[in-house]
Unconditional design. Structure first.
Length: 308
């Protein structure tokens, strides 16, 4: 089966001569993938691909544990490049399900809310452990929200005003929508934030947890059942069934342990600046490329992208 070997970056754009140089430097490391075509640009200076025909024993899902590919990825990372290999069959996806915090927006919204409430350090420490998979997500969520009990709900207005989409987020959603894909924002955060973010980016719908508020105060409790990693994978299955497609037709993207199940279930599950757990388990990774990287992985060229 033919695959596309995709090199991309947002941090260190390359000239044609630079690209020729790093491709030459990396050639010894990707030869095992058996290139059959010369490289060409998807986005000049930012993304290039070459078509490969690896032998029948090649296992794309096993790349996190493939020593040859990991050596290639390590050498590319030293040049500020991501490298991923994608089957050409079914490459453009018909659905996107994206995490919000530290993926579609640049920060963790609950941490930002806690900072506004004067509780930033205590809450952030718990968030970091939860996203790394060191402590139970639901337990961590309840503990952090309880700290906010009695704080004014007007803090949400400040939070919404400062929520910043990650570079490439709007381009990603708008381009996939323009090409017929259904796009959903599914977050372990809170619906009071996902609603405005989904509207800004152009998602078809959004799902998140709900924090209880009464009389202008945060009550410190969360509606159950909690939207956790299993629920995220459940939304993937739900929307695939709704639209008559399979998970192999979908792309998912996220950064934390809470995203692992939906990343592993989708045809194109992408760890975006992922936590160590994801880097050890997820084959497709964007560590040096903004969210337009998910478009390059699908074969979109710069001329195809709907720029925000």
């Amino acid at each position: 089966m033919h695959h596309a070997l995709v090199f991309s970056t947002s941090k260190h754009p390359s000239s044609a001569s630079d690209a020729a140089s790093w491709l030459a430097n990396l050639a010894d490391h990707y030869g095992f993938l058996q290139p059959v075509e010369p490289p060409h640009w998807l986005h000049r200076g930012y993304a290039a691909q070459l078509i490969c025909d690896p032998d029948a024993s090649f296992d794309a899902a096993g790349l996190p544990h493939n020593s040859e590919f990991q050596a290639l990825r390590s050498h590319a990372a030293q040049l500020g490049l991501d490298v991923n290999i994608i089957p050409l069959a079914g490459r453009r996806k018909q659905m996107l399900i994206a995490d919000m915090d530290s993926t579609i927006i640049a920060s963790e919204s609950l941490d930002d809310l806690a900072t506004l409430a004067g509780l930033g350090d205590a809450v952030t420490a718990i968030t970091q452990r939860a996203m790394a998979g060191e402590i139970d997500f639901e337990e961590a969520l309840f503990e952090r929200v309880a700290m906010l009990a009695g704080k004014p709900s007007s803090l949400f207005d400040q939070l919404i005003a400062t929520a910043t989409p990650t570079s490439g987020a709007i381009d990603l959603v708008q381009t996939m929508r323009a090409n017929g894909a259904k796009c959903y924002l599914v977050s372990g955060g809170f619906d009071v934030i996902t609603g405005p973010v989904a509207a800004l980016c152009g998602f078809h719908d959004h799902h998140a947890n709900h924090m209880h508020i009464a009389d202008g105060k945060i009550l410190g409790t969360v509606q159950t059942p909690v939207l956790d990693r299993n629920a995220k994978a459940g939304y993937l299955a739900h929307y695939c069934a709704l639209h008559g497609i399979t998970p192999s037709d979908a792309a998912t993207i996220g950064d934390g342990a809470n995203d692992l199940a939906m990343l592993q279930a989708a045809g194109m599950g992408v760890a975006f600046e992922g936590k160590p757990l994801l880097l050890s388990e997820v084959a497709i990774q964007l560590n040096h490329t903004d969210l337009k990287g998910l478009l390059y992985l699908q074969g979109y060229q710069d001329s195809d992208i709907v720029h925000a």
